[in-house]
Design a protein around this ligand. Structure first.
Ligand SMILES: NC(=O)c1ccc[n+]([C@@H]2O[C@H](COP(=O)([O-])OP(=O)(O)OC[C@H]3O[C@@H](n4cnc5c(N)ncnc54)[C@H](OP(=O)(O)O)[C@@H]3O)[C@@H](O)[C@H]2O)c1
Length: 333
């Protein structure tokens, strides 16, 4: 029997915004849909699956909730073997073209041994969380120091930005999503969508020198972008990152890489008959384990824009293919 339901995959979905994205996909998809809640830990993933399944059973009167099916599969996006195994499973279950929606949500802030975040860690934990969450609203007009044209960051940020945290943060947020996307891309169905969870604080104003031009150039390739991200890691190790125009903010540099990657993908898919869509999405400042109690938005509110991109079919999305989105609108990078 043929199964023409949509297939959606959410990475890092055992908690936080990822779990809320799964819930909202189940609640909102008009077309019958199978959602794969994936997580690196089978225990944590199974627990989240059980919780959402109970919610689904409780809302017996909600037709969409009942038409849409929740499944769990283990997926560690830092492991190429795990990605291969998952994609192989999807191909077996749903055929060679098996994915309608991929939401690259897994990611976060690498904690320092003292418990502080390294994304952009100012003096208080509240502002550190805000900086890590990356709401442009919290960033001030441009996030830059008007007199020096250097990103306006404190000494503690610079101290927290060392080679190890730069390496782990860029791996966790940038390279994992690139690997996942590269392996999923050949299996995307017609009109498939790929979303990257980023932060509006990874805006071009945090970079200096030639980097804003290079990052937005139509000539930038994935290989070139990987060189930039690796260059950031090695320049942090040598203490020379500022001379190349990088800020001492690994999380923001990694997420900027994903914003640039969405643009590259949209450009290179222009001649792909499948009509694929790509988007980088800032969820806003959302209360999760990554941020803590001061964040104003709930995970379900943070899920709004990625779910909108996943389920909406309109010309506006196509016009902004590869763009950066926040609060259901395309925004300037
Ligand atoms: N919260 C915000 O305000 C905010 C703002 C801007 C951007 N974002 C981005 O939005 C996304 C979700 O954030 P969040 O606040 O929900 O974070 P969170 O609560 O810390 O959850 C992060 C999720 O990613 C998973 N993960 C990490 N590494 C993984 C790996 N190698 N394989 C599979 N899963 C992995 C975690 O799994 P474990 O439970 O196994 O660790 C967890 O499920 C992240 O990409 C984050 O950078 C969040």
């Amino acid at each position: 029997m043929s199964d023409d339901r949509l297939v959606a995959v959410v990475t890092g979905a055992n908690r936080g915004i990822g779990k809320a994205i799964v819930r909202q996909l189940l609640l909102q998809s008009e077309k019958p849909l199978i959602v794969y809640l994936t997580a690196r830990s089978v225990d944590r993933g199974q627990k989240a699956f059980d919780e959402l399944r109970r919610e689904q059973l409780r809302s017996a009167s909600d037709v969409k909730m009942q038409n849409n099916e929740l499944r769990f599969h283990q997926l560690d996006v830092a492991s190429p073997e795990s990605i291969h195994a998952f994609i192989g499973y999807l191909t077996l279950m749903h055929g060679e073209f098996s994915i309608d929606v991929l939401i690259n949500n897994a990611g976060g802030v690498v904690k320092n041994p003292d418990g502080g975040g390294v994304a952009a860690a100012p003096s208080s934990s509240a502002t550190a969380a805000a900086a890590a969450a990356g709401t442009a609203d919290n960033a001030g007009a441009s996030g830059r120091n008007a007199t020096t044209e250097q990103p306006a960051v404190g000494n503690s940020v610079v101290r927290a930005c060392n080679a190890d945290t730069a390496y782990r943060t860029v791996q966790m947020n940038y390279f994992t999503a690139v690997n996942m996307t590269t392996l999923a891309l050949p299996h995307m169905r017609d009109h498939g969508r790929i979303v990257f969870m980023v932060t509006a604080l990874a805006h071009l104003g945090i970079f200096c020198g030639d980097l804003p031009r290079v990052l937005t150039s139509d000539d930038l390739s994935l290989n070139g972008l990987n060189i930039i991200e690796n260059g950031f890691i090695s320049s942090v190790g040598k203490g020379t990152y500022a001379s190349y125009g990088f800020p001492p903010m690994p999380f923001n540099v990694a997420k900027a890489g994903l914003i640039a990657y969405a643009r590259i993908l949209a450009r290179s898919a222009a001649n792909d008959p499948r009509g694929l869509l790509f988007a980088a999405v800032c969820p806003g400042y959302v209360k999760t384990d990554m941020t803590g109690a001061f964040a104003p938005l709930t995970p379900d509110q943070g899920a709004e824009t990625p779910v909108y991109i996943a389920l909406t079919d309109n010309k506006r999305l196509r016009r902004h293919n590869g763009g950066l989105w926040k609060r259901l609108k395309p925004i300037k990078w």
